[in-house]
Design a protein around this ligand. Structure first.
Ligand SMILES: *Cc1c(COP(=O)(O)O)cnc(C)c1O
Length: 368
């Protein structure tokens, strides 16, 4: 079988370093918020050129704690895309605020900045763009709107570690940014993990408090917080991956290039498009086709895994019935949810495997 991602292959390339680091953590007797977490936070802050990086339990918590630390809650609105993983909107709802959805750009599938202004009300506090599939959202337009309307910009960078917009890495562009280290993300650990980056001293201090039960001094609690910390074992794992991430991202781009050159003449599938002034790290490689079901079935019959990201837009989720949206409200996102499908993409996908995937897509297309 050719899987969508192959974590075992990637792990095999760093196994010796990982085993050594794991043993070091086990021997240290220090398992939560110790020196490895501090080292990871400093390394990521330095890499992105931001003042603070705060590691937390997962990417969803990164979003929740950031919104909470900004005081966003009941009665507030946060503008975001309707085409993302559920956690993006869930975090907004979790703090008591209301997600206000916006349709996407038909080329990048990221939030359409031209449709944001119409959604701004006196209750709007922030814009939460997602760098979907590893391609940065249109950050210059989003920052300009945020500046004109005095709104915060919180990047959901969970799928895009290392991607750049106008040479600037995601996570260093907005007021704050949230990353996920879920195993299948382009920078992932062996369990759950997340991180927030920001230049803002007060926000960082507040998030540090929130992640440890609202406390900055042990057993003295200034506010109601969370238990959302990164384990040492994950920090140690991620420190090793951080040394590899640029190479892994480059390998993803090279695999994407090979798909591009061999599928560019297809009349059945449309390739992803990288918009100007940005780099794409291809967390996912999604094709678009009106014949999605037939092509996916042909690939699955040939033992090639495929996936749909995402089969249902956020405004159409049952959990958001109460917000009063209907199908037809966001036609571009609805089209994307009915036509996009992911094919295998990870740094160690071989040319031979790619050739097979390409061959089966071409064969299936001819038979349509
Ligand atoms: C994965 C992901 C999250 C949530 O991250 P977890 O670590 O799984 O909690 C949030 N937003 C987006 C866009 C994601 O892809």
């Amino acid at each position: 079988m050719i899987p969508l991602v192959d974590l075992k292959k990637q792990y095999a390339t760093i196994q010796d370093d990982i085993v050594e680091a794991m043993l070091e953590v086990l021997d240290s007797g220090q398992y939560i918020l110790g020196s490895k977490v501090t080292e990871l936070e400093s390394a990521i802050a330095k890499r992105l050129g931001v003042k603070h990086a705060i590691a937390v339990g997962n990417g969803t918590d990164a979003l929740v704690l950031t919104l909470d630390a900004y005081g966003i809650g009941s009665g507030d609105e946060v503008i975001t895309t309707t085409f993302s993983f559920f956690a993006t909107a869930e975090a907004i709802s979790r703090v008591g605020a209301t997600p206000v959805f916006v349709d996407i750009d038909p080329v990048s599938f990221n939030i359409d900045p031209n449709k944001i202004i119409d959604k701004i009300t006196p209750r709007t506090k922030a814009i939460l763009p997602v760098h979907l599939f590893g391609q940065p959202a249109d950050m210059d337009k989003i920052l300009e709107i945020a500046m004109n309307y005095n709104l915060l910009v919180i990047e959901d960078a969970c799928q895009a570690f290392g991607a750049t917009f106008m040479q600037q890495e995601v996570g260093s562009i907005g007021d704050a940014a949230c990353f996920s280290f879920f195993p299948t993300k382009n920078l992932g650990t062996i369990g759950d993990g997340g991180l927030i980056t920001t230049y803002d001293d007060r926000l960082a201090e507040s998030i540090r408090k929130l992640r440890a039960h609202g406390s900055s001094k042990k057993y003295y609690h200034q506010q109601i917080g969370y238990n959302s910390r990164l384990d040492e074992i994950h920090a140690a794992f991620l420190l090793i991956c951080l040394k590899e991430i640029d190479q892994w991202n480059e390998q993803r781009v090279s695999i994407a290039d090979y798909y591009f050159s061999h599928l560019k003449d297809s009349k059945t599938v449309e390739l992803p498009v990288v918009l100007p002034n940005r780099s794409h790290v291809f967390h996912l490689f999604c094709l678009k086709s009106e014949k999605r079901q037939q092509i996916m079935s042909a690939l699955n019959r040939a033992d090639i895994q495929t996936g749909i990201y995402y089969p249902l837009c956020l405004h159409a989720q049952e959990a958001y019935k109460g917000l009063g949206y209907s199908m037809g409200d966001f036609p571009v996102a609805e089209m994307a949810s009915s036509q996009l499908f992911a094919i295998p993409m990870h740094p160690y996908l071989s040319r031979k495997e790619q050739d097979m995937i390409i061959e089966h897509i071409s064969k299936a297309s001819e038979q349509l």
